[in-house]
Design a protein around this ligand. Structure first.
Ligand SMILES: C[S@@+](CC[C@H](N)C(=O)[O-])C[C@H]1O[C@@H](n2cnc3c(N)ncnc32)[C@H](O)[C@@H]1O
Length: 305
């Protein structure tokens, strides 16, 4: 089971109109979606998007309800998806980033460093690029950058050197092959702390699925699609994601882009959003104890003006 993170905080910030139109851009196991539905009347409409067809098919069966449209798609194309279904003004949009427990627990998807499987890590299995392509073919400099930036892996260089030396002899095919390469590359003390492959796997997953590009792409489309008063709720698990969301919200809440000190505004840009939670909403200790995945979660909420 996937335990939805910041469930009440997100859904109570999102659903203000029980008759409205909502979009869950990351349906996953449908935890947030179910809670949303419990607050909505029968005439409400919901779009539930996920780029993982397998999850969408599996979980949508368990949520039988009129008024929901399940869409296999990437939220980075939110505008086009909404055009396809002829919906243009939403009361609320939520995005719960990252990976779901269904993906992590399904060994053959290759997301887990505990299970042996082909190095895959694609959320959308129709995509060509896999983690295996990446570790075997990407230039070393690029891999180091991915591990540093997306994994904040301090031993990125050592790990990539070890990957490069292994792949000169043979392809790295499986998750546990990569885990062994990482274990042999990092100092013993690092191996005793958290799992030494954790950060590399996170970095590769983010890169394989272009997670940051998708987030960057969806933000203006989500703003465009909201009606005045409509809510945008975004849960992030990574500092780069949270920074991206925070900057976008601040910029759109400020409006004017004139340099500070200008006596009059000449850019003419008006605020488009109101930030509802100035500081990110984070899970309490009890939630973190019950669900360790929640520890790094941050929820930001804004309302369209
Ligand atoms: C953390 S889970 C969502 C969990 C869900 N809120 C719940 O309560 O069960 C994230 C989901 O978003 C999906 N996802 C990630 N990036 C996506 C994207 N760009 N477009 C659509 N779905 C995406 C993943 O496949 C995964 O199922």
């Amino acid at each position: 089971m996937h335990k939805p993170v910041l469930l009440e905080e997100t859904v109570s910030s999102l659903v203000l109109n029980p008759h409205g139109i909502y979009c869950d851009c990351t349906m996953g196991g449908g935890g947030h979606l179910r809670r949303m539905l419990s607050l909505l009347e029968d005439d409400a409409q919901v779009l539930a998007i996920d780029k993982d067809k397998q999850i969408l098919e599996q979980c949508s069966k368990e949520i039988p309800r009129a008024g929901i449209r399940f869409i296999h798609g990437d939220f980075r194309h939110l505008g086009a998806i909404l055009n396809q279904v002829d919906i243009h003004q939403l009361d609320g949009i939520m995005i719960d980033l990252g990976v779901s427990s269904f993906q992590l627990d399904d060994a053959e998807r290759g997301f887990s460093f505990h299970e042996d499987a082909s190095l895959d890590m694609r959320m959308n299995r129709e995509q060509e690029l896999t983690a295996r392509d990446m570790v075997n073919n990407y230039p070393e400099q690029e891999l180091v950058k991915i591990l540093f930036e997306y994994g904040e892996e301090r031993y990125a260089r050592r790990i990539v050197r070890a990957i490069a030396s292994y792949r000169r002899e043979q392809d790295i095919k499986t998750t546990l092959e990569l885990v062994d390469i990482i274990k042999a590359a990092v100092p013993a003390a690092y191996r005793r702390d958290k799992h030494p492959a954790r950060r590399t796997f996170q970095a590769l997953r983010i890169a394989v699925n272009s997670e940051l590009d998708a987030l960057q792409g969806v933000l203006p489309q989500a703003l465009e699609a909201l009606k005045p008063g409509g809510r945008l709720c975004i849960i992030t698990f990574h500092s780069l994601e949270d920074r991206m969301v925070k900057r976008f919200l601040q910029e759109k809440a400020k409006g004017c882009t004139c340099p500070p000190g200008m006596p009059l505004c000449i850019c003419g840009q008006k605020p488009e959003l109101k930030i509802i939670s100035r500081r990110p909403i984070v899970p309490g200790e009890n939630e973190c104890l019950a669900n360790p995945r929640a520890r790094s979660a941050k929820l930001r909420v804004a309302s369209k003006l």
